[in-house]
Ligand binder design. Structure first.
Ligand code: NDP
Length: 313
């Protein structure tokens, strides 16, 4: 076998709470899993601040810290965690095949997909133009650069609410723009937003253009969707927090995938439409999308993979 071809029992694609939990269970079951971490090692929690709702942390925990702990825990049980991306798969026969950007071809008896979801963008030309020059998809990564300045954030979910309150600690003023007149965020987060004096809510508004020059963003044009009236907000930073897209592109044509991009699993399990392939976490869950449910389905996937491999024997 060429040195670029590796054979193993269990390949895990993705390194959020689902991927690492699957690795902990698969490692303890002696499956010697390989984890390819993907584009964002540690997943979405590495770009959040405090995680207050993961059981076992009475004082909360920093997202990146929790993911580092999960990684170490998976390595303690023999997981081979690799920095790299799976770029292509072929699930048409056995063994299941996957190709990584390090040139390796992995031939696995079972595959657990835990590739999560990524931030969505509005799709404005000007949003693209000023990406990284005032437009950002991650307040906790980039908020620091806007200390003492005025910024805007779009979205009405928990991410937007969490990021708005985070930015409010650093910035002079935060405009929070939401297309409806009611937030989707949890009641606890709504309460936080309401009680932060330097957040100004712009209800029933949408961003229509990011304004700027060669130095970067210097304003945001917003429109009131009820009256059609437009106004320019004097901001130097614009944060987009409008939800996520499941990272399932490389599995198209290989597995059943819902219209909205989420991988189809058999209810009550993590089994996909291909035997030996399991999906856990946000890539198959458009409803709960929580770290703890991702971890739970990661555990399910590893147990199902182990039972599948034993039955194959
Ligand atoms: P959500 O899908 O919950 O919210 C997306 C928000 O963006 C909605 O308010 C939506 O508006 C708005 N939106 C979507 N598309 C557009 C658009 N094109 N233009 C303008 N606005 C748009 O995503 P989140 O990322 O906020 O949250 C995802 C999941 O993660 C949720 O289950 C959430 O509870 C969870 N989460 C939990 C956290 C925690 O507990 N600490 C922190 C962050 C997220 P509309 O409401 O009108 O649809």
């Amino acid at each position: 076998m060429s040195e670029n071809i590796e054979k193993n029992k269990c390949l895990i694609i993705g390194s959020g709470p689902a991927g690492y939990t699957a690795a902990i269970y698969a490692g303890r079951a002696d499956l010697k899993p390989i984890v390819y971490q993907g584009l964002q090692p540690g997943g979405q929690l590495t770009i959040t601040t405090e995680v207050d709702n993961f059981p076992g942390y009475p004082e909360g925990v920093k997202g990146p810290e929790m993911m580092e702990d999960l990684k170490k825990q998976s390595e303690r049980f023999g997981t081979d965690v690799r920095f790299g991306i799976i770029t292509r798969v072929d699930f048409s026969g056995k063994p299941l095949k996957a190709w990584a950007d390090d040139g390796k071809e992995i031939r696995a008896d079972a595959v657990i997909i835990a590739t999560g979801a990524s931030a969505k963008w509005l799709g404005l030309e000007s949003e693209k133009k000023f990406m990284g020059q005032g437009v950002s998809g991650c307040a906790t990564c980039d908020g620091f650069f806007y200390r003492g300045q005025d910024v805007a954030i779009v979205g009405g979910g928990d991410t937007a609410a969490e990021e708005a309150t985070y930015l409010a600690k650093l910035c002079r003023k935060v405009y929070m723009i939401h297309r409806r007149d009611e937030l989707r965020a949890s009641k606890a987060m709504q309460h936080k937003v309401r009680n932060t004096p330097n957040i100004e809510m712009l209800w029933s508004h949408v961003p229509v253009e990011v304004l700027g020059d060669f130095k970067g963003v210097n304003g945001l044009r917003v429109k009131n969707v009820k009256t059609g009236e437009e106004r320019d907000l004097p901001v130097t930073g614009f944060f987009v927090a409008i939800g996520h897209q499941p990272n399932s592109d490389i599995f198209r044509g290989q597995l059943d995938i819902h219209e909205n991009g989420y991988i189809v699993t058999i209810p009550g399990s993590t089994r996909t439409s291909v035997e030996g392939v399991f999906a856990a976490g946000d890539v198959q869950d458009h409803y709960y999308r929580q770290a703890v449910t991702a971890a739970g389905t990661g555990c399910m996937a590893a147990i199902e993979a182990e039972r599948y491999l034993s039955s194959e024997k």
